[in-house]
Design a binder for this molecule. Structure first.
Ligand code: BG6
Length: 501
């Protein structure tokens, strides 16, 4: 039986990473494994196999791995790193060739570990081949799990195909589709905020909420990922997965329990309730943009076209969408989503804009601001509740907005684990709650398709935005609505509430 406590040691496991010397593995997966080893969750009886066709000696492999982990883990403990490297093994082979799996087979059969995790960190076009080869070599057994890295295809049809292929050799209970946003501490805190606090839940509906905004802004460009990004763009790279998952967590009904299927059933209902976009109205609901030259942090940056060195690309690097969740709870409440690269700052935020009071009985001429709950997911994790308070002193009822801020990360002494740390340990423990089920992914693709099938019409409205500006998101807002503007600190009187662990 797997141990359930989040910080206790997990059962010994064998992890095979396909694409294990690629960028994602070196930047995210290995640092995550390092931190979990440091936390004492991974024992020295576990094994990590990197399956790769790059010819190199074991010494070269370990030297490169060590250098990369050191690059991504600040203040590394060399003893822990040494222990991690001891359980890492290199297996030379072409993932597409069944004959090349014999060495892996030998190695796996010589360990005593029951839990076997296959991590596909390769293009999804070869997921099917890998499963096939693992199967024909007899490497998949009851205790095997498979982790599928995004993107899971590029449209509904390709995603369904991947699903179908994977299900030929693994059961749904063995499949872990990663969306790393679900592993972020602050994203998980959304569940606690909503379902452990009656205060918010009782007003969490269209009767009290005017609109909801979800912004995931990045100031980086596409960097060295131009080839991939140009085929995907902001909608498929960010909205189809991360932003929709955030929307689900904000909009879903309380699940019956934290059981993986209970949570995923509720998210699925939200995805089913998303209003599909129609050709006639798409332009007022979706706007895209592409970054031009500009300035980030005071320095000049190139345009998207210069970054990818391809001057006829129409791929969007920004998208803003007005979505509707057509169900009893959310009827009439717009959900505004926006994401983009080369925006002025990197931050992710959910803003719940409450409706204003029905009647202003105070004589003050100053406008009364509506309450807002601002949930900053990154880079600083905090909550802010904007409310009106009386300005002290004689002279009648004068009021102003005050923001109560809960400094989430500052309230806890421990470092916040990276998303991949939690997710990897959950795979070993066999907990699927933070992973997407196949029907969820398909439902997300179905809604996304109602946008992509209207690309031509949307692209007519596409604009170039200067790097370092907020992009063209205003166009989709309903009258009287505006994006909550970015604030580094707090624009109102500051009152920080710290809770003690
Ligand atoms: C990835 C996208 O899934 O998420 C990237 O492919 C994006 O384009 C990244 O930069 C953002 O993740 P985070 O955790 O930095 O917000």
């Amino acid at each position: 039986m797997s141990k359930l406590h989040p910080n206790s040691q997990v059962d010994n496991f064998d992890l095979v990473i396909f694409g294990g010397d690629g960028d994602l593995a070196l930047r995210k997966i290995f640092p995550a494994l390092y931190y979990r080893m440091e936390a004492g969750q991974i024992s020295s009886y576990s094994n990590i196999f990197v399956f790769s066709r790059r010819k190199r000696t074991v010494a070269e492999f370990k030297a490169n791995l060590s250098q990369k982990i050191t690059e991504y883990v600040p203040e590394i403990n060399t003893e822990i790193l040494k222990n991690l490297l001891k359980i890492c093994h290199y297996v030379l082979g072409d993932a597409l060739s069944s004959a090349h799996y014999s060495q892996l087979k030998r190695k796996l059969n010589s360990t005593k570990n029951d839990i076997r995790v296959f991590y596909y960190s390769t293009p999804s076009s070869i997921f099917g081949n890998i499963s096939e080869n693992l199967h024909s070599n007899g490497l998949i057994h009851e205790q095997s799990r498979v982790v599928l890295e995004k993107p899971l295809g590029h449209d509904l049809e390709s995603s369904e195909k991947i699903n179908k292929k994977t299900l030929e050799h693994f059961t749904e209970k063995q499949i872990y589709r990663i969306d790393h946003y679900l592993g972020k501490e602050t994203v998980q805190n959304l569940m606690v905020l909503r379902f452990a606090n009656n205060l918010f839940e009782s007003s969490w509906n269209s009767k009290y909420i005017e609109n909801i905004q979800i912004t995931v802004a990045e100031n980086i460009g596409v960097g060295s990922r131009g080839n991939y990004y140009d085929r995907y763009g902001a909608l498929l790279d960010m909205v189809q997965n991360h932003l929709l998952q955030l929307l689900c967590l904000v909009a879903m009904e309380p699940p019956v329990s934290l059981n993986a299927d209970h949570v995923r059933d509720e998210k699925l209902k939200v995805l089913h309730s998303l209003r599909v976009h129609e050709k006639q109205t798409i332009e007022s609901n979706v706007i895209t943009g592409q970054y031009a030259r500009g300035e980030i942090d005071g320095g000049p940056v190139k345009s998207y076209l210069e970054d990818i060195d391809k001057f006829d690309s129409t791929t969007e690097t920004f998208v803003a969408i007005k979505a509707h969740v057509d169900n009893w709870r959310w009827a009439g409440v717009p959900f505004y989503l926006r994401t983009g690269k080369r925006l002025p700052h990197r931050y992710s935020e959910i803003v719940i804009n409450f409706k204003n009071v029905p009647h202003n009985l105070f004589p003050s001429k100053e406008g009364m601001l509506n309450n807002k709950l601002i949930i900053r997911l990154q880079p600083e994790e905090h909550l802010e509740l904007v409310q009106m308070v009386k300005v002290p002193g004689p002279g009648g009822y004068r009021y102003k907005p005050i923001s109560f801020e809960l400094d989430y990360s500052g309230s806890f002494e421990n470092r916040f684990p990276e998303a991949y740390e939690r997710l990897l340990m959950d795979v070993v423990r066999g907990n699927q709650t933070l992973f997407m089920r196949g029907d969820e992914v398909n439902a997300a693709w179905k809604w996304t398709k109602s946008i992509t099938q209207n690309w031509e019409k949307i692209n007519q409205g596409k604009v170039l935005y200067k790097s370092g500006t907020w992009g063209p998101g205003d166009k989709i807002l309903d009258e009287g609505h505006q994006w909550h503007s970015y604030k580094k600190g707090n624009q109102y009187v500051k009152k920080v509430v710290r809770i003690k662990e």
